[in-house]
Design a binder for this molecule. Structure first.
Ligand SMILES: [Fe+2]
Length: 378
């Protein structure tokens, strides 16, 4: 397709909508067109199948047809879990000191960045990893948008005092392509791009307004030509005039449609380091942005997971397996990895669940993991 005509008035009309809170009865509030959910209420509701279904519908609806963004306040009730993970991040930063770590939309060096924080934290501190990623609310939000077998990746972003705002943008997939490349994808692929990932951010410190929490432009995900538009000066100007910010507390989690125009804000403080664990969750049907060695992650956390298995509830178990292991059978080598039952070969997730339920030692489990990896190779 050729580069289209961008219509700022159509964009402004979309972004001038107001979200109707009455359509989202499980939300606890609405601020600047961002739905707020209370973590304690959501955790309590998860035991009910009807609540589970209803809240997933609300999340999916607001991401697709609503303002494109919601916050779960107090998504991590136990702040020591976040603090423990912050120590892990510090250790990773210390290991990586001196390594240039560029950012897609900000000047290199202005921010602290840990790529593939998910794998690095699993390998460095399995206990901290388990305490963090057993959180069922991460699974709930991810599944609501992407369905089962999603693939979690995480990246840490620390914005230092004086750190400047990012340019407004959309994210992966098509947000990371140059305009000439964008035009090669048909419009239905532009719309599909936003269906393939979910963006999230867990606040690892409080994020008062002066520290620059993410700037968001509610409803902007609805503009179909948005992957072309975010580089346009008129649209940048509109963003600068209309984007909103919400202060977050440590442990709050923000989720948004990857097509929502957004940008990390300026940190105006002189001494406050704003820190977030960014979640980029991919559909089973898409390619994630980062390559993870999920076998190495599973092997690393298995001994601690086996020890804790009996004390974890069903939701925590599911969240951990989803957030760590590959849960989808494909791509594989169907000559050497044929289906055991049904039409799909056994997944890493099923294999790990079976080992944990049988209480296999890591010495017994390790060869199974290795064989699983090998038979899937071409
Ligand atoms: Fe972004």
């Amino acid at each position: 397709m050729t580069a289209p005509h961008l219509d700022i008035e159509a964009f402004a009309a979309l972004c001038s909508q107001d979200l109707d809170l009455s359509h989202y009865p499980l939300a606890s509030g609405l601020e600047k067109n961002v739905l707020l959910y209370e973590g304690d209420e959501v955790r309590a509701g998860l035991a009910l199948a009807s609540f589970n279904q209803a809240i997933r519908r609300e999340f999916a609806h607001v991401l697709q047809h609503g303002s494109g963004v919601f916050v779960i306040q107090n998504a991590f009730a136990d702040k020591s879990v976040i603090e423990h993970m912050n120590q892990v991040f510090e250790a990773i930063f210390a290991q990586e000191t001196g390594k240039a770590s560029g950012d897609h939309f900000a000047k290199a060096g202005a921010n602290g960045r840990i790529w593939n924080a998910l794998q690095k934290s699993a390998l460095l501190n399995p206990e901290a990893f388990i305490d963090y990623y057993k959180n069922p609310l991460l699974l709930l939000a991810s599944e609501a948008w992407l369905g089962p077998h999603y693939q979690l990746t995480t990246q840490v972003n620390v914005v230092r005092p004086g750190g400047q705002a990012q340019a407004p943008h959309r994210d992966y997939h098509l947000g990371f392509q140059e305009p000439s490349e964008l035009a090669r994808f048909p419009m239905h692929a532009h719309l599909m791009s936003a269906q393939l990932t979910l963006q999230g951010a867990v606040a690892h410190t409080d994020m008062p307004l002066e520290s620059g929490p993410t700037l968001l432009l509610p409803f902007s995900q609805q503009y179909e030509l948005g992957y072309f538009a975010w580089r346009d000066e008129t649209f940048k100007q509109y963003f600068a005039e209309h984007a909103i910010q919400l202060p977050l507390k440590q442990g709050d989690a923000l989720f948004f449609n990857p097509a929502l125009f957004h940008a990390a804000g300026t940190n105006y403080t002189s001494d406050f380091h704003r820190s977030a664990n960014l979640l980029q969750v991919s559909s089973a049907f898409g390619r994630p942005m980062e390559q993870l060695d999920r076998y190495a992650m599973t092997r690393a956390i298995y001994p601690a997971l086996r020890e804790q298995w009996a004390s974890l509830n069903g939701l925590e178990r599911e969240a951990l397996l989803y957030n760590t292991c590959e849960g989808y059978s494909f791509p594989t080598n169907l000559d050497s990895d044929p289906p055991l039952y049904g039409l799909a070969p056994q997944t890493m997730q099923q294999l790990t669940l079976q080992a944990l339920n049988e209480g296999l030692t890591v010495e017994a489990f390790d060869p199974q993991l290795q064989q699983h990896a090998q038979k899937r190779q071409a």
